[in-house]
Design a protein around this ligand. Structure first.
Ligand SMILES: O=C(O)CCC(=O)C(=O)O
Ligand SMILES: [Fe+2]
Length: 288
């Protein structure tokens, strides 16, 4: 039984990331879960190593964080559980060539999941089923640290400004979407976004999904997007996760960025189950 008193929280990065020890997420009472949830709000990325989960165990644990919804990329959904995306399978096409959209998924740059949605994913959680012999880490970085490090004049210039975000952004990178899901209108979010649970401000930004900053001339918007792309990652706000089979990792898309290293030997397996989690209140409908 995973009870609160047996749970140990260990910090990973200096401003982001914590590991939870002494837990079996299948047997976690409410007080034990409260310890994990509090650690997650404080550290934004939480790693629970050494878990042995079936599909429904992973879903049941994930639902404690919010509403688990199917991801818009229909072709990569698990055949038996639409809410679970399988990362890293079917990498090779019938002709033997590597499908870069699958191999490099999440590796094109720093991002936050679901910014293209009016109600972006609160969290994303991965469960590692197979890890390669080298490479394949995931990088995380804090939006709070990014905001805190902005020059005061830039903070003032961004306050109240909205960003317009779409899947694929200015490059229209939509290879993993079915054609019928490709032309959705942009979602608008404040660039300086207050976290609904912690009340802290973060730099809510995603260079691969933002189209423009509302209310600016196109050239000024592009220049500001370039500047924010430079400023979004502050080194002391980073944590790099080296995966082990059995790791469960959840990140808070409201206050952190991440990217996959996309550098492991392609002939090796790197397979995760992934869920996308929305807030429990509000319009918790599917993202499609
Ligand atoms: O595979 C990874 O390391 C992260 C992929 C990613 O960006 C995601 O699942 O949202
Ligand atoms: Fe992602």
């Amino acid at each position: 039984m995973s009870v609160a008193s047996a749970i140990e929280v260990r910090r990973l990065g200096s401003k982001i990331g914590a590991a939870i020890h002494g837990v079996d997420v299948k047997a976690l009472d409410d007080a034990g879960f409260a310890v994990i949830y509090r650690a997650w709000l404080e550290h934004n990325v939480v790693v629970v190593p050494g878990q042995d989960l079936q599909l429904d165990d992973f879903l049941a644990y994930s639902r404690r964080f919010g509403v688990v919804v199917p991801h818009p990329s229909k072709s990569t959904r698990h055949p038996e559980r639409a809410e679970i995306t399988v990362l890293g399978i079917n990498k090779f096409r019938a002709d033997g060539t590597l499908d870069q959209a699958i191999y490099r998924r999440g590796g094109e740059g720093w991002h936050t999941d679901g910014a293209y949605d009016d109600e972006p994913f609160k969290a994303t959680q991965l469960y590692a089923l197979a890890v390669p012999s080298r490479g394949g880490d995931t990088f995380f970085a804090s939006m709070y640290a990014a905001y805190d490090a902005l020059p005061p004049a830039l903070k003032a210039r961004l306050e109240g400004r909205m960003g317009a975000f779409v899947y694929g952004g200015r490059n229209k990178s939509q290879a993993l979407l079915n054609p019928e899901d490709r032309d959705r209108p942009p979602a608008l979010h404040p660039i300086i976004r207050t976290h609904p649970e912690t009340g802290r401000k973060g730099l809510y930004f995603d260079p691969g999904k933002i189209l423009r900053i509302e209310g600016l001339e196109p050239a000024e918007s592009d220049a500001l997007i370039d500047e924010l792309s430079e400023r979004m990652i502050v080194p002391e706000g980073e944590y790099r996760h080296p995966w082990r089979k059995g790791d469960v990792v959840i990140w808070d898309n409201r206050c952190s960025y991440h990217k996959a290293a996309a550098d492991y030997p392609p002939e090796e397996d790197r397979i995760h189950w992934r869920v996308s989690i929305k807030e429990r209140t509000g319009n918790a409908t599917t993202a499609v």
